[in-house]
Design a protein around this ligand. Structure first.
Ligand SMILES: [Fe+2]
Length: 264
């Protein structure tokens, strides 16, 4: 069994100071085989914010795979945004599209942030090709997990996908061979919201530690993969209080489709 800790939208610069230690404590107790961060590590892509995010992630007891979000490219400095949008991100975290192979699991991250429009996302052909390549090279039977900041599916409350051409993006993503898609961006306390489309299971996380709560809560996900089975446990912290686990949701992948096995 492989256990992933999925956190998102850290937004260093607007961190609720009560929360980082709480996440560290959960991580220490689990502990995960890897930590996945689906973008927006900073609030304004400033060097100090990247440094603070990197320093905090180093405190977590597992390798970290992260991808940039729209907030990790400068918003106000147009010259820097267009000339070298991810220079600060790369200085702190290295490649914007990293991969990670664990026993029975292949994780590939891609950069969906689009500096031209800043907020809305895009799945570039080069990113789709990177996903396809990673998943084609995956050992037989390994779960293929894509990590994106933006997802081409609606948010927990039905808000439409904040991404260029969601139907075409969904097709492009399905063609890569992705089976699970982890994302962030919407800041709703919706770890544990699972959408299924074209054989993919979409698991979205809200903001783990930022005060930029959309509906009052922070959250994170614990994802356990064993063969074709995936168990998702959401931890939710209302109003910056203590994180508490929700009942686990279980899924099984069979014949190229996901089946919800219910809670417990
Ligand atoms: Fe965000």
């Amino acid at each position: 069994m492989i256990r992933l800790l999925h956190i998102s939208d850290l937004h260093f610069g607007t961190v609720d100071t009560r929360l980082p230690e709480a996440v560290e404590a959960i991580a220490a107790r689990l502990p995960p085989d890897a930590v996945i961060v689906s973008g927006d590590l900073t609030q304004r892509a400033r060097a100090g914010q990247f440094d603070a995010a990197a320093a905090w992630l180093r405190r977590l007891p597992a390798p970290v795979l992260c991808v940039p979000g729209n907030h990790d490219a400068p918003l106000y400095n147009l010259v820097r945004r267009l000339a070298a949008p991810f220079a600060g991100y790369r200085r702190a975290f290295g490649p914007a599209e990293p991969g990670l192979t664990l026993p029975g699991v292949v994780v590939q991250g891609v950069n969906t942030a689009n500096p031209l429009v800043w907020k809305s996302g895009i799945l570039r052909r080069s990113s789709a090709a990177r996903l396809a390549q990673a998943f084609a090279a995956a050992p037989a039977g390994a779960m293929r997990i894509a990590v994106l900041h933006h997802a081409p599916v609606p948010a927990a409350d039905g808000t439409p996908a904040d991404m260029a051409d969601p139907p075409a993006t969904l097709d492009r993503l399905a063609a890569t061979g992705a089976e699970v898609v982890l994302s962030g961006h919407t800041h709703m306390p919706h770890s544990g919201i699972a959408g299924q489309a074209q054989g993919m299971l979409f698991l979205q996380a809200g903001t783990a530690i930022s005060t930029r709560r959309k509906t009052g809560s922070n959250d994170l996900s614990v994802i356990e993969v064993a063969g074709p089975d995936l168990t998702l446990t959401s931890w939710v912290a209302p109003e910056g209080g203590a994180f508490a686990p929700r009942p686990p949701m279980r899924f099984r992948r069979q014949d190229g489709r996901w089946q919800a096995l219910g809670a417990g």
